[in-house]
Structure formats: C-alpha cells, structure tokens
Write a protein that binds this ligand. Sequence first.
Ligand SMILES: Cc1cc2nc3c(=O)[nH]c(=O)nc-3n(C[C@H](O)[C@H](O)[C@H](O)COP(=O)(O)OP(=O)(O)OC[C@H]3O[C@@H](n4cnc5c(N)ncnc54)[C@H](O)[C@@H]3O)c2cc1C
Length: 529
Amino acid sequence: MLEADYLVIGSGLAGLYFALRASEHGRVLIATKRAASDSNTSYAQGGVAGVLDPDDRIETHIEDTLRVGDGLCNRKVVESCLREGPEHILRFANELGVPFDRGPDGQFELGREGGHTARRIVHAKDTTGAAIHRTLLQRVMERDDRIQLLPDHLAIDLLTTAKYGGPNAVFGAYLYDQTTSEVKTATARAVVLATGGAGKVYLYTTNPDVATGDGIAMAYRVGARVANMEFFQFHPTCLYHPQAKSFLISEALRGEGGILRLRDGTAFMHRYHEMKDLATRDVVARAIDSELKRTGDDHVELDMTHLPGDFLLDRFPNIHQRCLELGIDMRRVPIPVVPAAHYCCGGVAVDERGRSSVRNLYAIGEVSMTGLHGACRLASNSLLEAMVYAARAADDVKSARSDRPGHVAPWYAGEATAGDEAVVVSHNWDEIRRLMWNYVGIVRTDRRLERAAQRIDLIRSEIRDYYWNVRVSGDLLELRNLALVADLIVESARRRRESRGLHYTLDHPDHDPRLARDTVLARGDGPVV
Ligand SMILES: Cc1cc2nc3c(=O)[nH]c(=O)nc-3n(C[C@H](O)[C@H](O)[C@H](O)COP(=O)(O)OP(=O)(O)OC[C@H]3O[C@@H](n4cnc5c(N)ncnc54)[C@H](O)[C@@H]3O)c2cc1C
C-alpha cells in the first residue's frame, strides 16, 4: 500500500507545480502513466499568455478571452485567473528558472497569437512547454524528501467511501504498474487529477499518446460533474506529411505574419474573417475544413517565405528543423498543413479552488473545466490556467481531512486470465477515433451525432464484456476511458442544439440565447452511464 498526504495523478505542468507547492505542507505522491515528460505540456510551443507589457492592459486580455469564449466564460473566473496569472509567470521565470526569451533590455520578448489583440505571449523559442517541463521536473527532483514520483503507474480508478457506506468522498486510487503488471493501492487525504487532455479520442491530433482523457473518465465514474465536453478545439495547422506524427505548426507563425493559402497560392482567410489569418482557431479551422471540402485537396499551405530567413531560424528553430528533416525549408516553400484535435475545453467541473463536486477530489489543468475558456479557448490561456489552479488547489488542499476507511479492499483481479484478444482492443481504438473524426469533428449534424452515439454505445458494451473477462493492460484501460470520453463528447454535442464557439452544427447554425449555459453531465443524470 502506498500512502501520502496528496496523491497527484499526472506529471505535466499542473501536476508538477501543484506538487512543488503542496510539498511545503505535506508528502506528495505523483503517479504518472509513462515517463515523467510524457505530457501535453512538453509539446507546447507558443507560450503562456499574460499581461506583462506596460502598454498592454488586463482588461483587454479579459475582453479577448470573453469574446473568444463566445458567451460561455465565467466572467469572475476569467477576471481572477488573468489577474493572478502574471505573478505565476514571473515566479516561473525568476524563482524556478524557466529560460523565457528576453530582449537585450532584459524584458520578455512577447509573441502574438490568434484572438489576442496585443503581444502578450511569453515563450522560450518554439519549445516553451519543454523548457517549462524540464525546469519544473528538476525542481521536483530536488524535493525528493517530500515528493515521490512514480513513472509507468497508470491510475485505473479512484477509491471512494461510497463503496464502504457513507457520503461520497475520494481517498485514493488503484495504480497499474506498467512494468510489472501489478495493481497497487495508493491512499491520500486528497487526490488531484492532473491528467491533461483527450486528443487521442480523434484520429488526427496534436496530442501525444498519453492524452486519453483518463481523468475525466475516472471522475465521471465516481459521480463527479463533467462539463462542456462538446467544445473540442481543433488546431488549424498540424503538419501534413505521411512521415510526421502529430507535429504542430504553432499559431505563432501566423502571429509573425504567416499566410494561409490554397495549393494554387490563393490566400483565403480574408473571405472568412476581418482578422484574416489571425482569426480565432475555430474560425480558421472551419475555414480550412470548408476550403478542403470545396477544392477536394487534402491540405492547405502556410506561407512564411516572405519573412526574413534569419528571423525564421531564430524564432522557430524547432519547427524549422522538423520541417527540414522532411524536406520542407520554410524559408523557401510553404508548409503543408491540416487541422487536428488539439485541446479539450470541457472537463471535470471545478470551483475557484480546483475542487470537483466530489469531496477530496481536485482537478487542475486541461482535465478540468474552470469556466475560463467557455465555448472556445483563447490561445496560450491554458498553461496560464494550469499555473493558477495548481497554486490555488495546493493552498486549499491543506485543510482536506482523510476519509480513508479502516480497511481498504485491495484490487480484485477475479478469475481473469491474460487477454489474448489484443486485436479487439486495437480495432475498437481505431474505430472510435475514426468515427469521432468523421461524425463528431469540426462540422457536425444531428444525424452524424446520432450515428456516433449508436456506434459508441455498442463499442462500450463490447468493452464492458471484455474488461471484466481479461486481466487489465494499459491499452485496455485507456480504451475504456477513451470510449467513455467519446460518449460524453457526443452526448454533450447532442444536447447543444445550436452553434457556439467550437461546437458547429449544420442543423442549428446560429446561437440560441436560451442555451448560453454549460452542458453538465453526471452519472445517473442522463444516457451516459
Ligand atoms: C502540441 C501542443 C501545443 C500546445 N501549445 C500550447 C501553448 O503554446 N500554450 C498553451 O497555453 N497551451 C498549449 N497547449 C496546451 C497545453 O500544453 C496543455 O493544455 C497543458 O500543457 C496541460 O497541462 P496539464 O498539466 O494539465 O496536462 P499534461 O501536460 O498533458 O499532463 C498530463 C499528465 O497526466 C498523465 N496521465 C494521464 N492519464 C493518466 C493516468 N491514468 N494515470 C497516470 N498518469 C496519467 C500523463 O502521462 C501526463 O504526465 C499545447 C498542447 C499541445 C498538444
């Protein structure tokens, strides 16, 4: 049995920053399902949004966030989060030592991204997330007297008192050790979900393999409220190349003057929005989707060739290097791009301190739904949100009281024998991701959603049979979560009979003011069980 004051699930920005701060007052156990660096955080390119330029104003950042959120942001949350954000950015830079880019005068070099009306993105070249992650991990390692990090430990399910009688409270989790196949029991005063996003639910995604929505699924299974799952952000520009797996071409390229063109060289964004290539992601992704459908092409192009070559090399060394490996020199030829699933705006519904609706269960970072993003996330607000909520949760968790029962039942593997039908698992993975891409993607319809719901229902019942009959494996556990998350997305999308933010349906193309509210799902409330 593993024991700590706080059990953190996930080792991205949210989990590591929480652990550092909470280690001031308790022992922290971090379980992470692969290597510590396997996270969306490590892939972030653009940077962190925050008002740090004296000529910029918090009010403008607030207005930008609310406008992009399309009527669903929680204004109080937006205001407090964006006001608190810059102090964390400064702490990351000055106390933790993240090497954000600075000009000769020592001031941050600020980038601009879609939807922002000012330059306010702090970055470390085009590998900001990796720089943040490396630094945070180093700081966590230095606290090994207070923080224990367990790589290759995949959280299966949360432990709750409901099973033992009494009100629902979380007191730990079962962890699957991927190296030994052993299932361990971990208990704590509070459990913090920092499991990141769910991009793997779609066929094409910018997310790494760990992003299978596990935290959302685990929280939903113990009765926590989950909200706004219909709002999945598609990044407009993922590299289109048969040998490139999910490589993002950052929005910052358009921020620096990149122009989207059809394959014949025609620019098209002016036909879709007055901000042209710097319109918000949902507008740009839909514009590309519509142009691809109209022309029959399989990609569009991002043209950087009119910008100075030296500047491109200096500002985007990582992207340049990756493209060059594939024979694309962005100084000379345009970069082929397509949209891909990128960011899950919905998640475990939490209050201003990161508390879910179930006692002693917190959710921070991409796994959560705080009210900051509303119906569409403003670029680079997510790392900021992860910083703010990790810090708040670390302060709040101090007062959590243990609900652990006297005796905790160990994991029961039953009569299950090792699974010899891996092909069923991989088939279902593939089917879910394809049907989500085709039926629940950038443009939706009632019929497509209905079809998706029927298929997912069937797949989930198949998984349920399979799950209880074989010994668990990492793939099977992730598949079970992925299928539930797909179901939650489809159910939320079916309930929103209007178009808003990232949710666009041909059958209800306009806003319906009566639906300007969150879509909240909880076990027992509706069709998803
Ligand atoms: C390519 C790319 C570029 C991006 N660029 C930006 C940007 O410029 N600015 C910005 O603000 N945002 C950006 N984002 C989004 C941002 O990176 C994420 O929202 C943010 O990093 C999420 O941090 P997190 O700590 O919540 O989750 P993550 O960093 O994803 O960490 C989640 C962790 O949980 C672990 N985990 C998951 N399930 C389990 C389980 N069952 N058991 C144990 N461990 C588990 C994972 O292995 C991982 O360690 C980008 C995302 C991508 C993919």
